[in-house]
Each structure stands twice: as structure tokens, then as C-alpha cells.
Design a protein around this ligand. Sequence first.
Ligand code: UDP
Ligand code: MG
Length: 308
Amino acid sequence: MLTIIIPCYNEEEAIPLFFEAVEAQKSEMDTSFEYIFVNDGSKDQTLKEIRRLVAQFDYVHFIDFSRNFGKEAAMYAGLQNASGEFVTIMDVDLQDPPELLPQMLKMLEANSELDCVGTRRVTRDGESATRSFLARTFYKLMDKISDAQLVDGARDFRMMRRQMVDAILSLTEYNRFSKGLFTWVGFKTEYLTYRNRERIAGQTSWSLKQLFNYSVQGITDFSDLPLSIATYMGMVSCIVAILSIIVIVLRTLIFGDPTDGWPSLASIILLLGGIQLLCIGIIGKYVGKIYLETKNRPIYIIKDTDIK
Ligand code: UDP
Ligand code: MG
């Protein structure tokens, strides 16, 4: 069986279109299906649209969150409730092409060595230039500093074998950064590429600020390099300080001591103060994460579901 997990947030228009597009691919796939729509606290008629499908088809299920918990939480809830041997996660806005599903399934069935077929966008058509540039920079940076190697343009849209799903479920952290988790668990993954598509209806719920926060989350979840920045900067300022002490002592011995130079002193104090605050801020980010993790709160809360 193939389980399709669909996180939905304010997607009333897209749901029927999505369902139709995926159903159209079924004839090419030799497997039974299960849909799990996760309503992530939508404020529109999303739940009603989902319930309509649930009432009509017995292989369509839903999970309704008590509020908006974010796509990461929705994906986790879907994975926890998926019963298929193969599991795939799809956006409901048809930016993840359903035409790829038959090919993904074929690849997994043909090659038992392969655990996952992922997808990546090779273009970012229709996305603003700043957004693309920032995204690219983020991937390059992550590649350098973290222990989870991200793939540029890789989507959450992927088909996984049960074993890999169980591995992801075993990572129960509260701060979830799936792009990193998917690669962190390992397993053999091949990527299909496709050209970017515009969403079919509605609009993206990601602002530039949210994307920025998301990338900071990715970095702090998978790298402790920022924590070392304090050490590096401390070392550099020590070296600079020792050099200047030597220069100043020699200068005073040779040329005497005309007491000026408080502007340079003030700049040095300001610079060091700034560096210290920056480092405290970085440490604070990590402490905040530890704080949230130790509270051990559930990743999501279900208000209603038809899955037993
Ligand atoms: N989504 C969600 N919860 C959120 C935000 C988004 O479940 O808080 C879902 C959304 O309904 C969609 C998918 O995540 O199915 C991707 O969202 P979106 O299309 O807004 O992101 P983008 O494609 O622009 O990265
Ligand atoms: Mg989208």
C-alpha cells in the first residue's frame, strides 16, 4: 500500500484539484492507496473540503489539529499514522507533480537497494530573485557547516520505504527541520528533477521573514559551528591584543607617553562589547532550543480524526 500524506493550511480551493490530479495517476500504479489529509488549523473551509472526500472514499483519512502547528508537525502526524509499505508526502498546491508518483513507485519496486526517491527543483521560475538567491546561499552555507548534507532544491516530496519512515519517527525532537532529518537518517536516496511550478490556487503561507527564521532553525538544529564562533573571535582578539601591547609598550619606551588615544580605546571597547553580545545571542538561541526540548511537549495536538 502507498500512503500519501498531505499537510493542508488554508487550502480549500486546492484540495479537490489535488485529489483529482492524484487519482488520475492511479491507473499507472499497481498498488492500493491511502490518503491522510492533515488539517493544520486552517481558518477557511479546508476541513469541510477534506471531510467531503473522507465521506465519499473509504481510503481517504483525515487528522484535524487543534491549531496551526506548522508543516513539520503535520508531516510528523501523517508519518505516525501512515500504514502503507511506501509513504509519500505531498504539498496540496500541486507544486509537487503527481505525474512523478508512478515513476517513483517503479524505481522503488525495481530496486530493492533503494530506500527513498526524492525530488528536487532544478529551476526556481516564478520565484523572486532575492528569494532564490537567499535560498541558494542558505544551501551552500548549510553544506559547509552542518552534519546533514542538504540537497539544493530538494523538496519534502519524496517516496520512502517503511524502514526509513520508522527511522524518521524515531527522531522525536520537538524542533523539527525535516529537510535535515531526511538526510540525517541516511538510507539510499535518488532524486528526480523537475522544473518549478506555480501553486495552483491560494497563496504561499511563507513570508521572507519566516523563511529566514526557518533557515536559522535549520542551522541551529544541525550545526554547532555558530557556538564555536565565540571561541574563534576570542582567539583573534587575543592575538590582536598581544600584538598591540607589544607595539604600544615599545612605542612608549621609545617615544615617551603623550596621553591621547581615547577614541581608539572607545572603538575597541565598543567592538569587543558588540562581539560579546553577539556571542551571548548565539548561545541564547541554543539554550532556547534546549529549553523547548526539555519541556517535552507534544509536537501536535489532535482535535479530531477518523484513524483508529
Ligand atoms: N502548510 C501546513 N502548515 C503551515 C504552512 C503550510 O500544513 O503552517 C502546508 C501547505 O498547505 C502546503 C505545504 O505545507 O500543502 C507547503 O506550503 P506552501 O505551498 O505555502 O509553501 P511553499 O510551496 O511556498 O514553500
Ligand atoms: Mg507551495
